[in-house]
Design a protein around this ligand. Sequence first.
Ligand code: CP
Length: 326
Amino acid sequence: MNYTTIQNIDSLSKWVKQALKIKKKPLKNKKLGKDKTLGMLFFNSSLRTRLSTQKAALNLGMNVMVMNFTNEGWTLEFEDGAIMNSGASEHIKEAAEVVSQYCDIIAVRAFAGLIDKEKDNAETVLSGFIKHATVPIINMESATAHPLQALADAITMAEYKTKHKPKVVLSWAPHPKALPQAVANSFLEMMQLQDADFILTHPQGYELNPDITKGVTVEYDQNKAFENADFIYAKNWSSYKDYGQVTNSDTSWTITAEKMKRTNNAKFMHCLPVRRNVIVTDEVLDSENSIVIEQANNRTFAAQLVLQKILKTKLDPKKATKKSKK
Ligand code: CP
């Protein structure tokens, strides 16, 4: 079993319930991961993903090895048949299989380069590990998806929702740098697995991948989108159309207390890290309605659920979900 996309979740409501059970007793399965090793490979920076996934593994009694590929690993080649006479020292074929000798599960973080849309959509790094590793793979945010974050978001919303079908708004907000679309993509996919009145709001030109937004209501008027919302999830992403470009830095899209007044006393969510007074004002982020710290806390239980499922699959093949490698 891999966990590389939201599509790996067979029943979101079941997974959320299981994660909340883990949250109540995180050390209950302390022996499950005994003598098993999680290898965490980072091609990009992280705070939450690194520490929460490591904490989750420790809660299960696993050993953890962390490697920062940006400054510690050999530069990898991903192209089949490449003549490796320039920058890259090692091919993914050997690298992934070698890491599999040391680790029972491999977790990979490799963001979008935001230069070549086709290459990012092909998930070169993650796909390379999925194809060539011989152990399960966990996506710790790839070029197009952040399924651990989206699972933690689902857990958090389940904890805070006060009605069966809440109104949830995913709002673009400004940012000085070009950011990937991964968090927004996985959040959208996750929202499609639950009962909610879901609205996506962003400026013209910031449309996400149409394959992912199919059937999603888009409202270009942010104020209108916020009306009576129960959850406001803010996130920046760079343009998908003008791939990787920052074509809009309109500060009128910053989430303010004034805008939050339009909502139904909505909870404020963000995956973090967040740029204060750019994405969201201090007033909103420091308010009682902000649940960003609980979202970050739930990253541990999302990761622990995923690790637990993989460990059970490996320990007892009868429990395996028969999913083809993606
Ligand atoms: N939300 C999230 O993935 O945080 P990090 O980039 O710090 O891991």
